[in-house]
Design a protein around this ligand. Sequence first.
Ligand code: ADP
Length: 538
Amino acid sequence: MKSTMQDAPLLIRDIVLRGEQIYGTKQVFTLTPQGVDVASFSQVAANARRLANAFARLGVSADTRVATLMWNTQAHMEVYLATPTMGAILHTLNVRLFPEQLSFIINDAEDYVIVVEETLIPILARVRSLIPSVRHIIVKGHDSEGLLGDVLNYDELLAVETDHFDWPDLDERQAAILCYTSGTTGDPKGVLYSHRSTWLHSMASTVTNSVGLSESDRVLAVVPMFHVNAWGLVYTAFMAGTDLIMPNMLFKGEYLLSMIEQLRPTIALGVPTIWNDLLRAASEKTTSDFSSLRGILAGGAAVPRSMIEAFKERHGVDVIQGWGMTETSPLAAVAIPPGASSPEEEITYRAKTGRIIAGIEVRLKDVDGQALPWDGVSVGEFELRGPWVTGSYYHGQGSESFRDGWLRTGDIGTLDAQGFMVITDRTKDVIKSGGEWISSVDLENKLMGHPAVFEAAVVAVPDDRWDERPLACVVFRSDQTATVEELATFLADHVVKWWIPERWAFVESIPKTSVGKFDKKVLRASYAAGALEITQRS
Ligand code: ADP
């Protein structure tokens, strides 16, 4: 029997219209080298309509790809709102890609317009002659050196348009946003979110059992807007009436700390390397004020327990760990403790990767594709299904990542009866020593608990006897050091003996991917090329 309920489409348009109507006075703060620009949601929405008029005049219509090469700013937000709402497709370009990757992605997407910020013009200029589909470049700021040839000016375009635009009726399954994986483990692949998936993902981010964003929140959006849609923040903020603080390109710990102290966010979102740097910046000051924060959402890479403890003990801030991928919009699991009996137990819950959120189905598979139990012990690959999980890649690439309607995440770990997942590795990063797996993530997390260690990344390297063994690459805190024996003894208290690496490299910094994760591909290549100075444990 069919239900009697209405079949209302879930459109980004309705998030935008309602957000302006109900939360019009909510604010967006954008940091600039001169200070802070403040705009209301009403102003941002009105600018989005002006921009839609300008886009239409330039020939943007249904399915036209509009790319952005921008930091976290108000203008970027306006493009986020205008593009999908008018029926076109927003494509966010990662500002840290190499020129070959950038031109590859622009050509793969067949972008027609690119909106670029003044400071990023040199990056676009390097590939300008290689991207024939791009008909219009719109600059926020000025191309004073004329590096890009013919360009349009963002503010001038908006200044001559009215703020009246009739957002069209669309099919909720229509493509709205195109994001590429950041290519940590291979070539970037495109994922096309729909209006429906974006709407549902936004709703999921407002649920108390997940991030629970609401009108009482003010978010510090440190996750870049070119990385998985800034975890959906713009749309969620408009849906929930949440103020946004946009740090522009100012991601260093010192800047973040002063934003936290002055603009008083209730929650901050970003990858763990950023939060590690914030802890460092705070430790170099005599006082710091974190009192506005109800939490820091850390995701995109494993969050070391020592970091969770440091935020709680030193600053009284709860770290909320989240897990997801470009393929999952990204929010799929959030580690909210289900009522802990002690502070110690609470940290143990927070140190898990995440608890699968409503709307996402998960299963754990062994190497032969057999289902594994949710017992918190069996280790396998996570597979996911759900309305904001992709069912394929753009242009049909990467079909091996899908198995009877489920996404194979390439993440390995355990799942317990309460739905908490713990990731021990990515399939491409696992260390197989004598036929047994060693968790690089576990070793890194334990090492980063040593007081002298600032960062640690562990990768597999070939070994004659064991096939593969772990190589630990360690960055010390300034003015601190430790010997290999000291670090090995420290690890011996936390992991089984045969996991402890024989090979160690003490490095100035760990190479990072374009979104700030440890770049293990680069570490493995440096080792293979003999570019790392190795200290061998006897
Ligand atoms: P890329 O795959 O290129 O790194 P994504 O940003 O889509 O780009 O990364 C998703 C991956 O990030 C996940 O598959 C997982 O390996 C890793 N990840 C995300 N959150 C966490 C987390 N909390 N703990 C461990 N790994 C995580």
